[in-house]
Design a protein around this ligand. Sequence first.
Ligand code: HEM
Length: 368
Amino acid sequence: MKSQLTHNLSEILPDVADEIAVAFDETLDLTENEWKCVPVLETVEKVACRAGNRAFVGYPLCRDSDWIELNTQLTNSIVKEGLLLSLFPKFMMPLAARFATKTTDRVKRGAQHLAPIITERLKHMKAYGKSWNDKPDDFLQWCLDEGKETSADLLAARMFAINFAASHTSSNTFAQTLYCLAANPQYVQSLREEVQTTIGKDGWTKEALAKMRKVESFLKELQRFEGNASLGIKRRALKDITLSDGTFIPKGTYICVASHAIHRDPRIYDDPDVFDPYRYTKLQDEQGDDSRYQLVSVSPESLMFGIGKAVCPGRFFAAMMLKLMFVHVILSYDLRLGDISYPASVCMGPAIVANPSAKVMLRRRCDE
Ligand code: HEM
């Protein structure tokens, strides 16, 4: 996934952008120029899931309502099933998993969607070899090209694994972004200007997205300010370790990092409790170091995508998708909070979840 998805970003960008536009249009179902009260998390979950699946399984499965329902519910279902399973002693888990989880049903349901697509694609591969006109360019095809897995069950499980990693994280971040944008309409004009100028020069390309410094900074600051979890980088020590300050960590210890506290640490960030959308643009201007402040860059101070060996391999795709969704919203809609105050994220254990029930007011953009 790491190499194929990241190396093919330029090729898949037009499809993902198309899916985002159609998915927003169909999900929002706006009437000309009228404000509509929109449930944010529910809307964003559908759009992000469709956009991701355009790159994972391609069109038309990415628009199938049952496939989308399966994948949008995946995170919730797996987390609930995992909690239930954790109540059993370790030796009983394999047996309990058969009754307490719906993994088998889920894979069966997913495989029913994938089986006819796989059969069709294998037929083409047999007839035309490695390439043919309109050959799909998606994660499913890359798996088939590798030739290791062709069974619908195995590939369904693989598609669920990537959806599990991609869907909740992306939609949670983007729901937080929409709340923030609706609460801060004063930033919309300057963001629109940057987007229009860049797209005017470079078109809808990966290079254009890379040049949108305000968009990039807004999204990175949002991740710093809100985030998906208060604790991250969960690891287990495989041997005794003594840190440079003398702290001893015995083999077998589970450790994690207080990432949210680091993102709000005044020794690292000026005014850390203030949302400053252009914080990273300013840092780039001051320090002239482009790459350190990119959305995908990680460092001990910037842990939104983790760090080290297990750093999020989907972050390049995630950054592209977040930017495309953000740009689409900025160019297409006006939005405001309505009568509610800022919908704060909710803490569930270490998870930071975008407000699950808040709505924002949205209408088609009126000033064009
Ligand atoms: C805003 C969106 C996303 C955020 C904030 C995010 C964040 C993270 C974090 C914090 C980790 C753990 C890293 C660590 O332990 O050091 C992770 C792992 C992972 N992410 Fe993401 N992620 C996002 C989107 C995606 C997407 C879109 C994909 C797939 C296309 C993806 C695939 C993965 C995978 C496969 C892992 C496990 C890596 C491993 O264990 O080796 N993520 N992500």
